[in-house]
Design a protein around this ligand. Structure first.
Ligand code: NAI
Length: 292
C-alpha cells in the first residue's frame, strides 16, 4: 500500500501543524474540524507559516504554492476520510471524544485505511480496540510546534501489525521527522517526563516557592532548557496539560501525578495558555507578562 492522501482530523495547533508538514512533502491533505472558525484560522496559520518560511529562504515560491495546493479543508467527516489512505486524529485529549470520532468515521473508511492518533497520553491499544482495525491502528505523536520539532514518537498498540508500523515510519521520515518507537504506557516517554515537571512547576508557584518568571528562569538558565516549564505549559495548552496529568494519575494510580490545584483553577477560569491569549502569562500585549 502507498500512502498518498492523509486526512487530519482536528485543526487546532497540532492538526494544523501536521497538515502543514504533510502537505509540504506532497501528500494530498484534507484537514477537518467541526468548528468552522478554527478551520479558517488553521488555514490562515499554515499560509502565514509558509510565508515566514519563504521569507527566511527555507522554501521557494513554487514550494509554498504547491504546499497550499496540496491542502484542502472540510467540515464533513465523510469528505475528509473516504479517500484517505491514512487518517491522523488530532482532536482534544479526551478518550470519549476520540472513540466517538473513530466510530463515526469507520463506515466511510476504505478497508485498507490506516488510523493514527496523535494522543499525548491515552492508551493506543484501548483506542485501537474500539475500532474495526486494531492491526492498522498506531500512535503518531508529533511535537509542538510541528513544523519546527524533529521528533515523532511512534507507539505500537498491542495488535499493530509490522506493515502498519513500516508504512508509518516511512511517512514520518518523508515528513522530515525522526521517528522514535516507544511502548504503549500512559504518556509514552515525552509526557511521562514532561508533564510531572510542568505539574511540579505549578506546585512551586502554588506554594509560593518562586514567581512565574523565576521558576521559568531557574529552568532556562540553570538547566539549559530553551523555555521555562510554565511558558511551555502555555504553549501546550493548560487544558491539554491537565488532561494528560489526570490520565497519568488514573493509569498509574500514583499520587505523585496528582494535578496541582492551581493548574486546575487556571483551566476552570478558561485561562488555557497561548490559545486563549492568557495562561501563566498574558499574551495580549507585545510581550508576554506573568498573570500572577
Ligand atoms: P487544540 O485544543 O488546539 O485542538 C483540538 C481541536 O479538535 C479543536 O480545534 C477542536 O475544535 C477539534 N475537535 C474536537 N473534537 C472534534 C471532533 N469530534 N471532530 C472534529 N474536530 C474536533 O488541541 P491540540 O493541542 O491541537 O491537541 C490535539 C491532540 O494532540 C490532543 O490529543 C493532544 O493531547 C495532542 N498533542 C498536543 C500537543 C500540544 O503541545 N498541544 C503535543 C502533542 C500532541
Amino acid at each position: 500500500m502507498d500512502i498518498q492522501t492523509i486526512a487530519v482530523i482536528g485543526a487546532g495547533q497540532m492538526g494544523n501543524g501536521i497538515a502543514h508538514v504533510a502537505a509540504s512533502v506532497d501528500y494530498h491533505v484534507i484537514l477537518l474540524d467541526f468548528n468552522e472558525a478554527i478551520l479558517e484560522k488553521a488555514a490562515k496559520t499554515i499560509s502565514q507559516n509558509l510565508v515566514r518560511e519563504f521569507k527566511k529562504g527555507k522554501i521557494d515560491e513554487a514550494r509554498k504554492e504547491k504546499t497550499l495546493q496540496n491542502l484542502q479543508t472540510t467540515l464533513e467527516l465523510k469528505d475528509a476520510v473516504s479517500e484517505a489512505d491514512l487518517v491522523v486524529e488530532a482532536v482534544s485529549e479526551n478518550e470519549d471524544v476520540k472513540t466517538k470520532l473513530f466510530s463515526e468515521m469507520i463506515p466511510y473508511l476504505k478497508e485498507e485505511t490506516l488510523l493514527a492518533s496523535n494522543t499525548s497520553s491515552i492508551s493506543i491499544t484501548r483506542l485501537a480496540a474500539t475500532t474495526d482495525r486494531p492491526e492498522r491502528f498506531i500512535g503518531m505523536h508529533f511535537m509542538n510546534p510541528v513544523p519546527m520539532m524533529a521528533l515523532v514518537e511512534i507507539i505500537r498498540g498491542f495488535a499493530t501489525s509490522d506493515e502498519t508500523y513500516q508504512l508509518i515510519e516511512e511517512a514520518v521520515i518523508r515528513m522530515g521527522k525522526t521517528p522514535c518507537v516507544v511502548k504503549d504506557f500512559a504518556g509514552f516517554v515525552a509526557n511521562r517526563i514532561l508533564m510531572p515537571m510542568i505539574n511540579e512547576a505549578a506546585f512551586a508557584l502554588h506554594e509560593g516557592v518562586g514567581s512565574i518568571e523565576d521558576i521559568d528562569k531557574v529552568m532556562m538558565l540553570g538547566m539549559a532548557h530553551p523555555m521555562g516549564p510554565l511558558a511551555l505549559a502555555d504553549l501546550v495548552g493548560l487544558d491539554t496539560c491537565l488532561a494528560i496529568i489526570r490520565i497519568l494519575h488514573k493509569e498509574f494510580g500514583d499520587s505523585k501525578y496528582r494535578p496541582c490545584p492551581l493548574l486546575i483553577k487556571y483551566v476552570e477560569a478558561g485561562w488555557l495558555g497561548r490559545k486563549t491569549d492568557r495562561g501563566f502569562y498574558d499574551y495580549s500585549g507585545e510581550y508576554p507578562v506573568p498573570t500572577r
